[in-house]
Design a protein around this ligand. Structure first.
Ligand code: PLP
Length: 288
């Protein structure tokens, strides 16, 4: 129960006791989804790709036409201080920026901008004996870049993810695999997707969904490991013929997929190899 936690939350430059970290009911972002956020992990006290996450928070805000009043370096400092203050080593961090309650006009031009970072202990997203995740086909599709600022990690866009993930959990799956507006494979509700066929790694072109920091890290790890990588549009029948499928995200890390709809998959050697590489990188800072 996150709301029952203790410790501090960084809000607008101050450390506030967890139980006092509250916002007004007329907060613009609560009504219109007009905010941006990040999800990042700390391993052994060090936040993985911290600057990239805080830069993305700024970039996402820019796509929503607002400016975060704290620079990337200030956010880095705040996040690091927060970990120390809360005595956290392995943790999840949630920076968020939102519009205040001054007006409830759909326009946000007259609303103040606020920023917070919360952090809490987080060892692993899945239990140790976990073999992989089961995906169902999502009903909701990722919109075109002309319909929504698709590259922004904007909270208003997550209704598609929330509906899809709710449905998946209710039906006994871990997550939903979503298509885009053209019918190509897009991503899961909070993770990007990769597949392996005949020793080649494939991933959808990130032209209408979040180009995840973990996705980019895996692409780089594949490159340094000489695993051929192709970014291309992938249709559903292609992924069902894959030898291996896995998803990537700051929360999910590198997760083997063992089922999509009715189709089952083995946990493959390239997935295991890249998952091991990723773990080394996040925990020890090395790509060996
Ligand atoms: C919709 C969506 N796609 C992909 C990702 C993976 O992004 P990252 O690897 O930067 O965590 C996330 C998680 O932030 C997400 O919410």
């Amino acid at each position: 129960m996150l709301d029952k936690n203790s410790g501090s939350i960084w809000i607008d430059g101050e450390f506030v006791p967890w139980q006092e970290a509250k916002i007004h009911i007329l907060t613009h972002t609560l009504h219109y989804g007009s905010g941006v956020f990040e999800g990042e992990r700390a391993y052994n006290g060090k936040i993985f790709k911290m600057t990239e996450h805080h830069q993305r928070l700024h970039d996402s805000a820019g796509m929503l036409d607002f400016k975060i009043p704290y620079g990337v370096e200030e956010l880095n400092q705040a996040a690091e201080n927060l970990l120390k203050l809360n005595n956290l080593s392995n943790a999840y961090l949630r920076p968020v920026a939102w519009y205040g309650p001054e007006t409830l006009s759909v326009s946000s031009l007259r609303n103040s901008v606020h920023v917070a970072i919360a952090a809490w202990k987080w060892d692993s997203y899945f239990p140790a004996d976990h073999k992989g995740i089961k995906l169902m086909w999502g009903k909701w599709i990722r919109p075109a870049p002309t319909m929504s600022p698709v590259q922004a990690k904007a909270n208003g866009q997550y209704i598609i993810s929330t509906l899809s993930k709710n449905k998946a959990e209710l039906l006994g799956f871990h997550d939903a695999l979503m298509l885009d507006y053209r019918g190509y494979i897009a991503e899961c509700t909070g993770a990007n997707v990769f597949m392996v066929k005949n020793g080649i790694l494939y991933t959808p072109i990130a032209d209408c969904f979040l180009n995840g920091i973990t996705r980019k890290t895996i692409i780089e790890l594949a490159r340094t490991s000489h695993i051929p990588l192709v970014e291309k549009h992938i249709l559903p029948p292609e992924i069902l013929l894959a030898d291996e499928v896995f998803v990537t995200g700051s929360a999910a890390e590198v997760q083997p997929v063992i089922q999509i709809g009715e189709q089952e998959f083995e946990q493959g050697s390239i997935t295991q190899f890249l998952a091991g590489k990723y773990r080394n990188l996040v925990t020890r800072g090395i790509d060996d």
